[in-house]
Design a binder for this molecule. Structure first.
Ligand code: AHR
Length: 626
């Protein structure tokens, strides 16, 4: 009798659990294809993303024009009573592109002492043990003799690496030097670079540079730690070069790609709309090499005749810009026999880059003149006249003319706003253009996002995955922020860093989890859950025979679920969990590992699965199918 009662009680409990709490998934009933390029990267020069970020240059304001005052980050070194001054000059620079320079005048050098210049770096310079640093500068010396270049500890004055640089009086020339640290150096960022002389005289400088080892050892290359963080996101494309950065405040401040290629001394640098001047060390070719290093495709955003302060260019006036677009496409993809393909060869990259998507402009809904239809069509017609249907053309807002293949929609929202939007694309007509969500982010937390943002992001990603027959690509923005005070223009970013280290926000980890575990098709799934803060996505990889089940519980309470997965599956699944006690929990430069995915395995019962998903939790189950 007692036994019977227990069985009844158990049955009753199971029924209670199941009622209004089931998530039903049928892995063998495909619903739609998942885009193979769904997750990617979006980037621009904002928040010191390249200068002081990904672009590994250690010298800040190397061309003496990055911001006001002109010699910001530079100091005069005048030891033992030596007398010297360093001042900006409006002319006399080493090239047409860099007409300005800075001149060091050493009036006297105390016996056995020295005078020169010092640079503080981008809020410090990371110096590590047993490491080689490649330096260079353009100079026009007179009387100062040979230079000494060195890395110095800010606090102790200890020399961490030093070398002599033989110099010859006369015309502008590029000088190179190598600094090597010993094994007993302690890694740290409170250091600076000095270039000093033992004799009086004058010397003009331009492009004073120092690079640490870079990703894949590319010269003029990228920081390895940031490249690795991006690689871990398993991205499929890079939308480049912006964003507002593509457009500039005025047409003359657009990303004028022709002025970002070739030797650095021939790049004039330009003011970015984010209020500092870009060194353009990260030029068009460097962007493309970045995609090559991550084995991803570029999504090339081309300037379309609209800039942020409202200038728009139409008709005949747009023609030179259309030609720039055509030249740019040829530079990226053209055979070596073409004019711009040959230019790419000259710049050191004979092989054309793969290109499938071209985006015409950025956020052209801001253009209140209504000129975008005309501008889009003029550029699209020129591209199609030469290349036919080779490229998918992306419009930045819906247009009545020009037949875009894809429309770029942007979303910056709070967690609640994203929770409310998760069904937005479920009912969108599939016969029109595809969708690229070229910028999106849940914006809570600063400088990088907090766990609440990760919940909003994860909810939104479930909806993008469910609709990824329509949403072909998506890229979070902004990607990067230098966390030092004064470096950030846009709060709530994905990856934070200083001169020494980098970390991923909770949103970053949510993306890593989602992007890595994605099938080729969505499968039938449904729920009768009443929790309006529960989101899920179910995709299957037939190739890998895995069901990827993603669940987000954005409420504070645990969610009891009856998981009903049809068909046979393995007895064990992989689980990846991102959890925090509150939405305000976060990672930071000083505490970078608070919220990271925890990986475990879990037994999978044969029938119905009573499952508990804790509150404030993002979880990915990888369930092998039989
Ligand atoms: O991601 C920051 C900015 O937001 C982008 O530059 C712009 O396209 C958008 O308005």
């Amino acid at each position: 009798m007692m036994m019977t009662n227990r069985v009844l009680l158990l049955l009753l409990l199971t029924t209670l659990t199941a009622a209004g709490q089931s998530l039903v998934v049928n892995p063998s009933e495909p619903v739609a294809k998942v885009s193979p390029n769904l997750y990617g990267l979006m980037t621009e020069e904002i928040n010191y993303s390249y200068d002081g970020g990904l672009y590994a240059e250690m010298v800040q304001n190397r061309a003496f024009n990055a911001r006001y005052p002109r010699l910001a980050e530079w100091n005069v070194v005048a030891k033992g009573g030596s007398v010297a001054r360093f001042e900006g000059k409006d002319s006399g620079g080493p090239s047409k592109a860099l007409e300005k320079c800075a001149e060091l005048t050493i009036t006297s050098v105390a016996s056995g002492s020295e005078a020169g210049i010092a640079n503080a770096g981008f809020w410090g310079m990371l110096v590590s043990p047993s490491t080689g640093y490649e330096g260079s500068f353009w100079a026009r010396p007179s009387g100062v003799g040979n230079a000494t270049a060195r890395l110095v500890d800010n606090q102790t004055g200890k020399v961490l690496a030093q070398t002599g640089v033989p110099m010859t009086d006369g015309a502008w020339k590029q000088y190179k030097y190598l600094l090597k640290t010993d094994s007993d150096v302690t890694a740290g960022k409170e250091n600076h670079l000095e270039i000093v002389f033992a004799k009086p005289g004058t010397i003009s400088f331009q492009l004073v540079s120092l690079f640490p080892p870079t990703y894949h050892n590319r010269s003029n290359g990228n920081r390895p730690d940031l490249m690795k963080l991006m690689a871990a996101m398993n991205p499929h494309f890079l939308r480049l070069p912006g964003g507002n950065y593509l457009e500039g405040d005025y047409p003359a401040e657009r990303f004028n790609w022709k002025e970002t290629i070739g030797p650095l001394v021939d790049r004039p640098t330009h003011r970015s709309p984010w209020n500092y001047r870009s060194s353009d060390g990260m030029g068009l070719l460097e962007f493309l090499e970045w995609t090559e290093d991550l084995h991803i495709d570029p999504v090339l955003a081309v300037y379309a005749g609209y800039s942020l302060k409202g200038d728009y260019i139409v008709g005949d006036a747009l023609k030179p810009y259309v030609q720039d677009v055509m030249d740019e496409i040829e530079y990226v993809t053209g055979p070596t026999s073409t004019r711009w393909g040959a230019e790419r060869v000259k710049d050191g990259h004979p092989k054309p880059f793969p290109l499938h998507y071209i985006e015409i402009g950025n956020e052209d809904w801001f253009d209140k003149s209504g000129s975008y239809d005309e501008r889009f069509t003029q550029i699209a017609n020129a591209i199609r006249a030469k290349y036919g249907k080779r490229f998918e053309l992306i419009a930045t807002t819906p247009v009545k003319k020009g037949n875009p293949d894809v429309i770029d929609d942007h979303y910056y929202a709070t967690p609640e706003e994203f929770f409310d939007k998760v069904h937005k694309y479920d009912t969108v007509d599939r016969s029109g253009p595809k969708i690229f969500i070229g910028e999106w982010a849940t914006r809570t937390g600063s400088p990088t996002t907090d766990f609440g943002a990760a919940l909003g992001d994860a909810a939104w990603m479930t909806s993008m995955e469910r609709n990824s027959d329509l949403i072909v690509m998506a890229s979070y923005a902004p990607l990067f922020v230098n966390v030092n005070s004064g470096a950030m223009q846009w709060a709530s970013d994905l990856i934070g860093y200083d001169a020494q280290s980098a970390y991923g926000s909770p949103s970053y980890w949510a993306q890593v989890m989602f992007s890595k575990s994605l099938g080729e098709e969505t499968v039938k799934s449904s729920t009768d859950l009443k929790n309006s803060r529960f989101f899920w996505s179910a995709t299957v990889s037939k190739r890998r025979k895995i069901l990827f089940l993603k669940m987000v519980n954005a409420s504070d309470e645990e969610q009891h679920l009856s998981l009903q997965i049809a068909g046979n599956r393995a007895e064990e699944a992989k689980v990846s969990t991102l959890h925090a006690a509150t939405r305000f929990a976060t990672n930071s430069i000083t505490n970078p590992h608070v919220i990271e995915p925890v990986k475990t395995t879990i037994g999978v019962p044969a029938g119905e699965w009573n499952y508990v998903l804790p509150g404030n939790t993002i979880q990915v189950l990888e369930i092998p199918l039989r």
